[in-house]
Design a protein around this ligand. Structure first.
Ligand SMILES: NC(=O)c1ccc[n+]([C@@H]2O[C@H](COP(=O)([O-])OP(=O)(O)OC[C@H]3O[C@@H](n4cnc5c(N)ncnc54)[C@H](O)[C@@H]3O)[C@@H](O)[C@H]2O)c1
Ligand SMILES: [Zn+2]
Length: 370
């Protein structure tokens, strides 16, 4: 088993990573829980695959478990569903010392975490992430949220989990699209934060496409390592943590304009990253050959990036609804060479529109993912 600590003083917690680890989830939770009641939040898809395993493990460790399911899909990461989960908590007698456990991808994790953050002013919360995206990103760092019709994750909180249990075996059942969506978040760590990790990804494109287990274990461990360091240094995103939003302001706009249903989050982020690369190149921050290396990584791994036919102006307007707007100006994370980044709030609207249009035409022309 591999282990990492997210150091946040009294809110520090461990991320445990291993094949088959869901069987030990109950025993691991036993070590830190304050009472024996757990509300296990999941969706029918994930629950049918891994629910019994999680339930057995928790019950074997002496927990009384209430299962609360939300419908599957980003479109359900909303206030109505959060209220239903809270209702279930009250109905099953969840107390202040009880725990909410999220079994699923980023959607279940974000919504269950949000419910835990506001239930009786906040109760314990643990993550059992089952998608690549959740294992490398969303289960770590305590950002929990639901969407609002006006934008992604506009209602939320910072509520750190008390434990993250990553069972890498769960990735074997993931649909291809969801696997690639997770890669969209993995690549950002290499692009803006860690050149040697980027080089590893370049070397391993074939193993990545083949979901090689050792390669995935390395990717998950290192993604969590990079994210943990960033979160420990800047929990509330007052500075460095913003780096994790590479491609996200563009991506969130695409998700919102397409009704949170057509694209996976990581796909939208990958499209957004393309736009960020063009903008960085246009601003003279990213040399041509490094921009090409990044595009090649996406192309070779076959991440499907087919930009929807949206009007760039419409995308730009939707971007202005994002949380990263400061004093009416868009704050964008741009790669400044591989492994480095800069935050810019002075890019002209004209250049941003150009970057969106260029990402759109190039993604069609190159046909990432075929
Ligand atoms: N909190 C954060 O810091 C953070 C970071 C990144 C992304 N996010 C959020 O994460 C969400 C996206 O998460 P996601 O990509 O995991 O999507 P998701 O949760 O919708 O999961 C994708 C699909 O895979 C299914 N699934 C989950 N695990 C499976 C498994 N092991 N086998 C087969 N199918 C499985 C799900 O039911 C779903 O249909 C977005 O809402 C995004 O905003 C949050
Ligand atoms: Zn993301």
């Amino acid at each position: 088993m591999q282990e990492l600590e997210v150091s946040l003083n009294e809110r520090s917690y461990f991320i445990k990573i291993a094949s088959g680890l869901l069987n030990d989830a109950g025993a691991l939770l036993r070590g830190i829980s304050r009472n024996n009641k757990v509300m296990l939040v999941s969706n029918p898809t994930v629950y049918s695959l891994y629910g019994q395993k999680a339930l057995d493990s928790l019950e074997k460790a002496g927990f009384t478990v209430h299962v609360a399911l939300m419908p599957d899909g980003e479109a359900y990461k909303n206030m109505d569903e959060a209220l239903k989960i809270l209702d279930e908590g009250f109905a099953c007698g969840l107390e202040r010392g009880s725990t909410v456990a999220a079994l699923g991808g980023g959607v279940v994790g974000d919504l269950a975490g949000f419910a835990a953050a506001i239930y009786q002013r906040g109760i314990d919360f643990v993550q059992f992430p089952t998608t690549l995206l959740a294992q490398v990103d969303s289960s770590v760092g305590g950002k929990v949220a639901v969407n609002h019709p006006r934008g992604k994750n506009l209602i939320g909180a910072f509520h750190q989990p008390r434990l993250v249990v990553i069972d890498t075996d769960t990735l074997s059942t993931l649909e291809k699209r969801d696997y690639y969506s997770g890669l969209g978040e993995v690549f950002k760590y290499g692009i803006v934060n860690d050149e040697s990790f980027f080089a590893y990804l370049e070397e391993q494109v074939e193993q990545i496409a083949a979901r090689n287990k050792d390669c995935l274990a390395y990717i998950i461990y290192n993604s969590c390592r990079i994210k943990s360091e960033i979160v420990a240094a800047d929990e509330k995103e007052e500075g460095w943590r913003a780096v994790l939003n590479l491609g996200h302001t563009f991506g969130h706009a695409i998700e919102q304009l397409t009704g949170y249903g057509s694209y996976r989050h990581g796909e939208a982020v990958a499209m957004g990253t393309m736009a960020a690369i063009y903008l960085a190149w246009d601003e003279g921050l990213l040399p041509e050959e490094e921009a090409s290396r990044i595009k090649e990584l996406y192309r070779k791994t076959g991440i499907p990036i087919v930009f929807p036919e949206l009007n760039p102006e419409e995308v730009y307007q939707a971007m202005l609804n994002d949380k990263k707007v400061v004093n009416g100006r868009l704050r964008l994370i741009l790669p400044a060479g591989i492994g480095a980044f800069t935050i810019r709030d002075d890019c002209s609207k004209e250049k941003i529109l150009k970057a969106i249009a260029k990402a759109q035409s190039d993604c069609q022309a190159v046909k990432f993912g075929g």
